[in-house]
Design a protein around this ligand. Structure first.
Ligand code: FES
Ligand SMILES: [Fe+2]
Length: 341
């Protein structure tokens, strides 16, 4: 059985991807058709017409309705059928499941759980992406692994010293101890690296010449949004005006049990209009995340071959252990609700 937290908002696509006709996405093992109505509203329905099961993503948008591309049935935003060609009567049972949708922080978020619990205030706080004081390079990456392995990867950055030597990694990241604190359902992992060599990437975009004081502060907003606050200042100065501050934000949307989409944003508060920095970030991220993809696909294969073997936890996994406990609690709560129904 797949382990997903259904009562949550998941980033389905970037707002600027949703233009023209409907788009197909697979989210938590369900096919979803996303579309934007004539008035500009983002919407999502089950990607299956109730008539002969044609995918609605093959259809078109007319006004505020999505129209099936096979025999032309129309559906309103709430999923109710509004017209059947050649038929005067539209039965009330002619409807498609409509998902609650919110557009926020330049993303289209879909609620996959019980519609009555879809509270827009529960959209994860990733406000840097749309903040005019920051600029963001964004993208989407597909990983062939369970979503929780990607949460692990983002929470425990000690791997950067080994996997990402050519971009963001330095030896100090693995050598420095972390502190992991749970407050409510948020786990925060902090790693302070003082008087350390800047990474290749920091040298390029931060223009650092000597050593720096560097920090990582990472938190998980469950079930699957990870924010990495990373930055540095010239060593011993504490001078933020000569330093750099970034947020690497990952909104993880499980595709199924062994695939996950990472909608990522790299937000920065410096050199806001510098397209050269945008390019450097885009290229570094592509290299970096592809290095992760290879490892994670291998982990997934090994995990599937060992369904009964637990993993070993090291000191650097302090945050991962908290994160997995929180995720387990969310999964258990949903299971309890389902069986209690
Ligand atoms: S399958 Fe959609 S209208 Fe026939
Ligand atoms: Fe990584």
């Amino acid at each position: 059985m797949a382990d997903f937290v259904r009562n949550a908002w998941y980033a389905a696509c970037w707002s600027d991807e949703l233009t023209g006709g409907p788009a197909a996405r697979r989210i938590l093992d369900e096919d979803v058709a996303l579309y934007r109505t004539a008035s500009g509203r983002a919407a999502a329905v089950e990607d299956c017409c109730p008539h002969r099961f044609a995918p609605l993503s093959f259809g078109s948008v007319e006004g505020e309705n999505i129209v099936c591309g096979y025999h032309g049935m129309s559906f309103a935003l709430d999923g109710a059928c509004t017209a059947i060609p050649g038929q005067r009567n539209v039965p009330s049972r002619a409807r498609v499941r409509a998902f609650p949708v919110v557009e926020k922080h330049r993303l289209v978020w879909v609620w996959t759980g019980a519609a009555e619990r879809a509270d827009p205030n529960l959209v994860p706080d990733v406000h840097w992406i749309g903040d005019p004081g920051w600029t963001s390079v964004t993208g989407t990456m597909r990983y062939d692994c369970n979503w929780i392995l990607l949460v692990d990867n983002l929470i425990d950055l000690s791997h950067t010293a080994f996997v990402h030597k050519s971009t963001i990694g330095t030896d100090d990241v693995a050598a420095t101890e972390v502190t992991a604190v749970r407050e409510g359902n948020i786990v925060t992992v902090t790693r302070l690296m003082n008087d350390t060599e800047p990474s290749v990437f920091y040298r390029k975009v931060g223009g650092f010449e000597g050593k720096i004081d560097r920090w990582h502060r990472i938190w998980l907003e469950p079930p699957s949004t990870v924010v990495i606050d990373a930055g540095g200042v010239p060593a011993g100065t504490g001078d933020r005006s000569r330093g750099i501050d970034t947020r690497v934000i990952s909104m993880l949307t499980p595709v199924g049990n062994s695939a996950v989409d990472q909608l990522w944003a790299f937000s920065r508060d410096f050199r806001l209009d510098d397209a050269g920095v945008d390019d450097t970030i885009a290229r570094s991220i592509d290299v970096t995340f592809n290095e992760d993809r290879a490892i994670l696909a291998g982990q997934q294969r090994n995990a599937e071959a060992r369904p009964d073997q637990g993993m070993l936890n090291n000191a650097a996994d302090a945050g991962v252990v908290h994160a997995r406990r929180i995720i387990d609690e969310f999964l258990a709560a949903e299971r309890a609700q389902e069986t209690g129904r």
